[in-house]
Every structure is written in C-alpha cells, then in structure tokens.
Design a protein around this ligand. Structure first.
Ligand SMILES: [Zn+2]
Length: 293
C-alpha cells in the first residue's frame, strides 16, 4: 500500500509539474503595471474555511475530513497573499454545528469591512456515485469518476457583478497553470446539484442558493479546489506543490481584482463616488491620475 501511495503521489506531482514551473515564472508585465494601482496593504480578503471541526463536510477516499483540507489550503493561500503584500488577509474559522456556524460566518462577514470573500472547499459527489473500498484495513467510500476544481457565484449577492469578475479572474489563473475545471455540474444526472455554467472557458458556475455567497454585500466566490473522493485527486490536492499553485493563482487573481476595483474608483465621476467600491475609503495613498492611465 505504501509503494502504491508513493507512486500515486509521484504521478500526481509529475502531472502538475509544468504548472508549478509556471507559478514560479515572473508575472506578466501588463498585469504588474495595472497592479500598481492596487493598495495591497489595505485591501482585505476574507478566506472562509468551509465547514467546521464539529460538522466537517465531505470525507475523503482515505477518511480525512474536508474541513482539514480546507483549513490547510486556506493557510497556504493566506501565506501567498500576505507574502504578496495583502497583509490584512484573514482566515475565517467558525466553530459549531453546520447551521449555527453558517450564521456565525455570514454575521462576521457582515460586520467586517472587507473587499472580497473567498470560501474554500473541496468537492465530493452525490452519494449515489460512491463506491466502496478498503483503505488501511478500514471501509471507505470513493468515486474516481469526477475530478477538477470548480468556482461558484450567486446572483443574489450584494455585488454579483464583481463576484463574477473575480471568479473569472481566478478561473483564468487556474487555466493558465494547466488546471482543468470539473464540467459535470451541467449534467442532468447531477439532479439538485446541477448548475448553470456561466463561463465555459474557465468553469464558473451559478449557485444562487448558497447562503455564504448570496448573503454578503461584498463580492463573494466559492472555490472547490478538487475532488477528495477521487483517489488520485485526493493525493494531488494534499501536496504542498498543488496548494502552492492554488495560492499563486488566487494571489494573481486578487492582484488583478484589486487593481480593477481601484481603477473603477479612479474613473468614477466625483458625484457617484458614494456608491464606489469599498476600497475608496482606504485608498488615500493611491495616485488617481496614474490609476486612470
Ligand atoms: Zn464543502
């Protein structure tokens, strides 16, 4: 079992090696130029860790909770963002059972001045697709049928246009690194989990019923980083290399989004500034004339 596991991890890492190399290449100069308009020190991202210790979400093919995957990845993304200058990034962990925890997390988002909510999850499948196997002598469930990440937005969100903008930016970053989204959410067999594909190029889906997305007034996006019931993908998404690729993708997407929001403020007529993105309130260090170029 050990050698099988080792070779599976090696295969998983090899398959993303080109993306890791890409993640370490310099940013493209155009993006960097636009990025100068973004006040990173004050732009605040809330990284919502999906689920809780008490209600941990899906269980992986090898018996690890989704919450554990979500927490590890959120911390990796936090490191990438703070390393890039987004020092106010917050990892949001909520205790308790599912519903009370959900109310706590949306209440926190409501009370916290922030520019973006990114909810971190890992995917599973509807129970009807699960098959049985044994891992380390214990019965477990898996489905190798589906793989890939996916990105969700809700049209009921207080700023759904900006939510969609960030979702697409993230999708493009992931695609640029050679990652593939999960296409099966459009299939009829997904039943109540079937969703409209808003961007078929980069895999952004509409999921209006998601409480954590529809309730906030700030832009909000939910990211499923991969399927942990897929036996190979579980090994892949748990590697530091894969998490680094995700961290780099999120960071570049946030940089572009922050710059785009700053540009919107710079281009907005003075009499409309009251409805400008929140960034205006802490954008005192920005050079507006440069931002408009
Ligand atoms: Zn989840």
């Amino acid at each position: 079992m050990t050698s099988l596991r080792t070779s599976a991890i090696a295969f998983a890492i090899l398959s993303i090696a080109p993306q890791i190399a890409h993640a370490q290449t310099p940013e493209n100069p155009a993006a960097k130029l636009i990025g100068t308009n973004c006040d990173r020190a004050s732009f605040r991202v809330i990284l919502d860790v999906g689920h809780t210790v008490e209600a941990p979400g899906a269980i992986s093919a090898r018996g690890v909770t989704e919450y554990e995957f979500n927490l590890n990845l959120a911390k990796q993304i936090e490191r990438a963002l703070t390393g890039a200058g987004f020092a106010r990034t917050e990892v949001l962990v909520t205790p308790g059972l599912a519903k009370p925890a959900m109310y706590k997390r949306v209440a926190h988002v409501k009370e916290t001045p922030a520019d973006l909510l990114l909810s971190i999850h890992h995917d599973a499948v509807p129970n009807s697709f699960l098959e049985k196997w044994e891992y380390e002598g214990k019965p477990a469930n898996y489905s190798d049928r589906f793989r890939g990440h996916s990105i969700f937005v809700a049209y009921g969100n207080g700023d759904h246009k900006a939510s969609l903008e960030f979702a697409k930016l993230l999708g493009h970053q992931l695609k640029d690194r050679g990652l593939h989204y999960a296409p099966h959410y459009t299939e009829a067999f997904m039943g109540r989990f079937r969703h409209e594909l808003l961007d078929k190029d980069v895999g952004v889906y509409r999921y209006d019923a998601l409480f954590v997305l529809k309730t906030p007034r700030i832009p909000a996006v939910l990211f499923e980083a991969g399927s942990i019931v897929n036996r190979n993908e579980e090994l892949l998404v748990g590697t530091p290399e894969y998490q680094a690729v995700i961290g780099a993708s999120v960071t570049e997407a946030v940089e572009s989004f922050c710059a785009s929001r700053a540009l919107q403020v710079a281009q907005k007529p003075a009499h409309k500034l009251a409805s400008a993105p929140r960034i205006r309130r802490h954008a005192r260090s920005q050079n507006y004339s440069a931002a408009a170029e």
